[in-house]
Design a protein around this ligand. Structure first.
Ligand SMILES: Nc1ncnc2c1ncn2[C@@H]1O[C@H](COP(=O)(O)OP(=O)(O)O)[C@@H](O)[C@H]1O
Ligand SMILES: Cc1ncc(COP(=O)(O)O)c(N)n1
Length: 280
């Protein structure tokens, strides 16, 4: 049975809620073979970030080489890339002709900063221009567009600035931190705009929502799905994952990666997968 393949390049979360751990859970839930290159080892849990150790450039390079020289991913995402030197190293790998989803991770849900100012500058000048999709939350969009976002028209202005000045194909401004509902806005380079709305669940358990959302998009792009369809699936997935969160930990807990598969009639039952396989 053939599986689609996706790679995440990001930091870790030993408590399993965010970073690489959330990405691999998302890939697996969407029936995609997940691979992971670790950039930084982060001691964190639902209460916050407590220690960060960056891996050496040599280690990151060797991990990237071992993946790309053996199992070529069909889509790649980046999460926490804390230092500009790491971005330099990663750049040639994410510029390969496969979809590249960039989650411009800057600050954890707990409020802890995860990347340096210099890295943000590099993110803007180097990685975002080659991204297929970028998925900033409100704060990240404010930094990228260099303006504050307080209403819907600010979202449009910020997205247009990001598209024009930084040049990704699609920018999704996530509404987890804006408005009464959870509305996400996607703007494409060729002028399309789409929104997806779910109820905003009144919960503190949103640790790893951004990682999960962008990882599901990556998994769907690895299958060759259209970007807008991929975003729609990611939106349904994250809404159910938050709604049915397992309420773990003493702080902002993780989401439920089992919810979407169990509760939605997703297109990919095992039967359908096997049928697809026979057709190949
Ligand atoms: N309380 C919530 N209820 C429903 N959806 C939410 C909630 N918080 C975030 N989301 C959704 O989760 C996804 C990640 O958004 P967000 O939390 O803004 O990202 P980040 O984790 O990067 O801050 C988006 O699709 C957003 O709309
Ligand atoms: C290693 C790592 N990467 C990213 C996040 C952001 O998490 P969130 O998805 O809650 O914004 C995190 N807390 N840790």
């Amino acid at each position: 049975m053939k599986l689609h393949t996706a790679l995440t390049i990001a930091g870790t979360d030993p408590s399993g809620g965010a970073g690489i751990m959330a990405d691999l859970k998302s890939f697996q839930s969407r029936n995609v073979y997940g691979m992971a290159v670790v950039t930084s080892v982060v001691a964190q849990n639902t209460t916050g970030v407590h220690h960060v150790e960056h891996l050496s450039l040599e280690s990151i390079e060797k991990q990237l080489h071992d993946v790309y020289s053996d199992i070529m991913p069909q889509a790649v995402k980046t999460g926490m890339i804390a230092l500009p030197e790491m971005m330099d190293l990663i750049y040639p790998y994410v510029s390969k002709p496969i979809p590249y989803v960039m989650d411009p991770v800057m600050i954890a849900t707990s409020g802890d900063r995860l990347v340096s100012d210099e890295a943000v500058h590099f993110l803007k000048s180097k990685l975002i221009p080659i991204a297929t999709v970028i998925t900033p939350n409100r704060n990240e969009a404010e930094v990228l567009a260099d303006m504050s976002i307080t209403c819907e028209s600010d979202i449009t202005t910020a997205a247009n600035r990001i598209l024009q000045d930084l040049g990704p194909q699609v920018v999704i401004i996530k509404g987890g931190h804006i408005g009464e509902n959870a509305t996400d806005y996607a703007f494409t380079k060729d002028g399309n705009v789409r929104t997806w709305t779910s109820p905003k669940y009144d919960t503190v358990h949103t640790h790893g929502t951004g990682c999960t959302f962008s990882a599901v998009i990556t998994a769907e792009l690895a299958k060759g799905r259209d970007v807008m369809d991929a975003i729609g699936i990611a939106k349904d997935y994250i809404a159910l994952a938050i709604k049915y969160n397992p309420a773990l930990g003493n702080g902002c807990g993780p989401v439920n990666h089992m919810a979407y598969g169990l509760l939605s009639n997703g297109p990919e039952t095992m039967d359908e997968l096997l049928k697809n396989d026979e057709r190949r």
